[in-house]
Design a protein around this ligand. Structure first.
Ligand SMILES: Cc1cc2nc3c(=O)[nH]c(=O)nc-3n(C[C@H](O)[C@H](O)[C@H](O)COP(=O)(O)OP(=O)(O)OC[C@H]3O[C@@H](n4cnc5c(N)ncnc54)[C@H](O)[C@@H]3O)c2cc1C
Length: 493
């Protein structure tokens, strides 16, 4: 196993795509599950903190260590089994999402979760319950996890399949491979009904596999993943449509969302993503063909097993209804063209991250979601709030799922501090409207204070208590989801 003890040699593991920065003494690169077990046994005994690293594309500082050592899983990168008949794939945690998707597509199978950034590791997408544009039709990573192998902080192993272990109301037991039984108390807070990736997934009588999905490495290290696949759709229509007014684009999205929700035979989008005028202005640097007068754009996709002709006609009539001229629509009919639209969507996220790195700030981008009934007014309120403070920003995101990424672009320290305050207010408003502070990126270390706004300290203490059942010595991914101070007081609550 490679071990590096000089932080100069592993600087790039001390941050992630959010530009959150940390420190660690050493980094370890285990090459098997047994080596992870040995490392955890050793560090648990010595009470040394362990932070798990995926591929560092996270946006919340989750893989960023705050002392101790790093375990990078990058050597565990093999696809172990593909069952075409039963439609599942088993993979080690560091298989790159794009490689897994391409591999199963060769067999006419489809793995839908797609967090835009496809260089992420599959294990990390489970640890963060990642989602993205296609979540609108297909749901988040959680919906595709059949089973997991997990190494706990003391080196004990758990193999868990969906449907195997359930909680009895809020109590549960889970058995490790060596026969040790771990009793659990499941927190009893109510999760928002919106798309949500904030804090542990907890429900009465829940399937215990769901506890680990989205637990951000705080309960154990995921060492193997069994994922559900579906049939590859035969046809996919992908479009980027440009609108003369923002109102038109938002109304188009509202109607397309409704059509899908009502299971209409007219149009059923699998993705509905939005770009505001500021995002288009930034994108024009690399995409001069963006129509000059457009004030907003929507990237949408629909897949089907039938011919595209009817589908295209339906979409064109919907676009026309909202003043979008079909001459200002980009259509893609094959995979190569479709990939270009994916790159177009990805480009805006990368541009924002580049700006943040250049100015040496941490990302100040929302990942909120609110119920659809509040979405339009919430969106206008959010923009007005930032406009009033004269901060540059762009908005894009998964508007089908009411999940806007408003990214502020502060140019100096004063604007950065203002942006952070606006960010707090946006989170508070989303919570007030029964939404979430994080629909898909998770909490990591950057958003843990806002999780208190969402759930309150009593529920954070319940989360801390749950972690302690799995990690009594408090060594694993400490600081993700909640501040470590809650681990000291969890048993008093
Ligand atoms: C441009 C851009 C766009 C993005 N768009 C989206 C989006 O649309 N939707 C979305 O959901 N995300 C998005 N992301 C965020 C990111 O891609 C996801 O969070 C992804 O799941 C992180 O994968 P990673 O391998 O880079 O993990 P890392 O950043 O290395 O780690 C993420 C977290 O998972 C933990 N972890 C990693 N592996 C394991 C394991 N095997 N066991 C236990 N814990 C583990 C880490 O400790 C950390 O807490 C985007 C990122 C970028 C840069």
């Amino acid at each position: 196993m490679i071990i590096k003890n000089d932080p100069e040699q592993f600087q790039n593991y001390l941050s992630d795509a959010s530009n959150y920065k940390g420190n660690a003494d050493s980094i370890y690169f285990p090459e098997s599950e047994d080596e992870i077990v040995d490392l955890l046994k050793k560090f648990n005994k010595e009470n040394i903190r362990v932070t798990v690293s995926g591929n560092g594309t996270g946006l919340t500082g989750g893989r960023v260590p705050e002392g101790g050592i790093i375990i990078s899983l990058e050597k565990l990168n093999r696809i172990l089994e593909l069952d075409i008949e039963k439609k599942f794939v088993i993979a080690q945690p560091a298989v790159v999402l794009k490689d897994l998707q391409d591999f199963v597509e060769e067999q006419n199978l489809f793995y839908p979760p797609d967090p835009t950034e496809r260089n992420c590791f599959i294990g990390a997408t489970v640890a963060t319950n990642a989602s993205g544009a296609k979540t609108f039709k297909y749901g988040a990573t959680r919906n595709y996890v059949f089973g997991l192998r997990i190494i706990l902080s003391d080196g004990e192993k758990i193999e868990i399949e969906r449907g195997q272990y359930f909680a009895n109301e809020n109590e549960a037991n889970i058995r490790t491979e060596s026969g040790k039984v771990i009793p659990l108390e499941i927190p009893n807070y109510k999760m928002p009904k919106t798309k949500n990736a904030a804090g542990y997934y907890c429900k009465e009588n829940m399937d215990l596999v769901d506890l680990f999905i989205g637990s951000e490495g705080t309960l154990g290290i995921i060492s193997e993943i069994k994922l559900k696949l579906i049939d590859l759709p035969k046809k996919v229509l992908s479009c980027v449509a440009f609108f003369p007014q923002e109102e038109n684009a938002l109304s188009f999205i509202d109607e397309a969302r409704e059509l899908k929700q009502n299971n209409s035979s007219f149009s059923k989008a699998r993705a509905l993503d939005f770009f505001d005028a500021n995002a288009l202005k930034l994108l024009r640097n690399d995409y001069p063909n963006i129509p000059i007068l457009s004030q907003a754009a929507v990237w949408f996709e629909e897949d089907s097993d039938t011919d595209n002709a009817d589908i295209i006609e339906n979409w064109i009539s919907l676009l026309n209804k909202f003043n979008c001229n079909e001459d200002s629509v980009w259509f893609a009919f094959d995979k190569i063209e479709r990939e270009k639209f994916h790159e177009f969507r990805h480009a805006i996220s990368l541009m924002v991250n580049e700006f943040i790195f250049q100015h040496n700030f941490k990302k100040v981008g929302t990942d909120v979601s609110v119920p659809v009934t509040h979405f339009r007014s919430f969106y206008y309120w959010m923009k007005e709030t930032v406009d009033k403070e004269n901060i540059d920003y762009v908005v894009y995101g998964h508007f089908g799922d009411c999940n806007p990424h408003l990214n502020m672009l502060p140019k100096n320290e004063q604007e950065y501090l203002k942006s952070k305050q606006i960010y707090v207010n946006i989170c508070k408003e989303a919570v007030r409207l029964n939404g979430t502070i994080s629909a898909e990126h998770g909490i990591g270390k950057m958003k843990r204070d806002y999780l208190i706004t969402m759930y309150g300290e009593d529920n954070i203490l319940q989360m801390a208590k749950l972690k302690l059942f799995f990690d009594p010595n408090k060594i694993l991914n400490v600081g993700n989801i909640f501040d470590e101070k809650y681990l000291s007081s969890a048993y008093d609550s």
